[in-house]
Design a protein around this ligand. Structure first.
Ligand SMILES: [Zn+2]
Length: 135
């Protein structure tokens, strides 16, 4: 019998990301435990998520800078069941998916909330996992 297409005795592997050429600097940083963001060499704008060009001026010459990894949780959801047909995450339930605003200058938000609630502070940290699969 199989569940989510995984046969009895088989272990589900976590899906691996597609690495676009303009995002390679980010993924190289993850191997070093660094959270990197793009820096426009023309206007100095910092941006996340990786894009092929600066979202402010259109410049295609972007470099990478290391974030200090500190920020606050803007929003989150607690995952309590298998989603997106990804049984590899089932053992980690419950877990939180969060939208994080980093404090080192590339957030589009102004740091204030209109609901009066305080932000939950956080420090980013990579955690190594077993090799995943593109299946
Ligand atoms: Zn720019």
């Amino acid at each position: 019998m199989s569940r989510f297409g995984i046969k009895e005795g088989q272990e589900a592997k976590k899906p691996m990301p597609y690495v676009a050429p303009f995002a390679e600097g980010f993924w190289e940083g993850t191997k070093l435990g660094e959270l990197r963001v793009q820096l426009c060499t023309k206007c100095g704008h910092k941006q996340w998520i990786p894009r092929p060009a600066c979202e402010e001026c259109g410049n295609r010459h972007l470099s990478w800078v290391k974030s200090n990894g500190r920020g606050h949780i803007y929003s989150f959801a607690i995952i309590r069941q298998v989603v997106m047909n990804s049984p590899a995450f089932e053992k980690e339930i419950p877990y939180a998916l969060s939208i994080i605003e980093l404090e080192d200058g590339f957030s589009k938000e102004d740091g204030s909330r209109n609901d009066g609630l305080p932000y939950m502070r956080m420090v980013f940290k990579f955690e190594s996992t077993a090799t995943g699969s593109r299946d």
